[in-house]
Design a protein around this ligand. Structure first.
Ligand code: GAR
Length: 193
């Protein structure tokens, strides 16, 4: 039997890391075509870093304050990604805007999950903005990352209803359940391609 090596993932986080955890859970299935090679955070206190360490995954922090400028910060992160041998770079709640140099270096293999049905509600505070706009549907998007914030080619989306009594918290919890499923499913497709 010929087995194809699993693709390597670099997962970039800034905080809670629940999407990273969902990816990690998927990789525990032996048929999942990818594994996490490295978790990178720009925030030393990110809960997701601890989760990765407990799972025995290489976890590294690169705080912006430790570098003289954005270019040096990004260069350190790119070096770690490249050393890990990552095939696919997944932004999973990574809350920093990447330069064009960074996004171009990983064109076609740098993806992000965003909590809205892009092109609606780019940027922050998406759940409250969807409620305020009177949307009846909301959701999440996985897209390729290009230099335009939340503007790269859409790969897949998942929708949820917006309920009459929703708050940003209840709506974000409903969307998050879909994020966790959608991200692993897109990663599996890309890893198999
Ligand atoms: C997720 O909802 C993700 O879609 C969002 O941050 C949250 C991170 O949660 N990302 C963005 O807003 C990026 N612009 P997590 O750390 O638990 O995965």
């Amino acid at each position: 039997m010929v087995t194809t090596p699993r693709k390597k993932l670099a997962v970039l986080i800034s905080g809670r890391g629940s999407n990273m955890e969902a990816i990690l859970a998927s990789t525990r299935n032996k048929d999942f075509p990818a594994k996490i090679a490295i978790v990178i955070s720009d925030n030393a206190d990110a809960k997701g870093l601890e989760t990765a360490i407990k799972a025995g995954i290489e976890a590294r922090k690169f705080e912006r304050k430790d570098y003289s400028d954005k270019a040096n910060h990004e260069a350190a992160i790119m070096k770690a990604i490249d050393q890990s041998g990552a095939d696919i770079i997944c932004l999973a709640g990574y809350m920093r805007i990447l330069s064009a140099d960074f996004t171009k270096a990983y064109e076609g293999r740098l993806i992000n999950i965003h909590p809205s049905l892009l092109p609606k509600f780019k940027g922050l505070d998406t759940h409250q903005r969807a409620i305020d706009a009177g949307e009846t549907e909301h959701g999440c998007t996985v897209h390729f990352v290009n230099p335009e914030m939340d503007g790269g080619e859409i790969i897949a989306q998942a929708k949820v209803p917006v309920l009459a009594d929703d708050t940003a918290d209840t709506l974000s919890a409903r969307v998050l359940i879909e994020e966790h499923k959608l991200y692993s499913s897109v990663i599996a497709d890309l890893a198999k391609a």
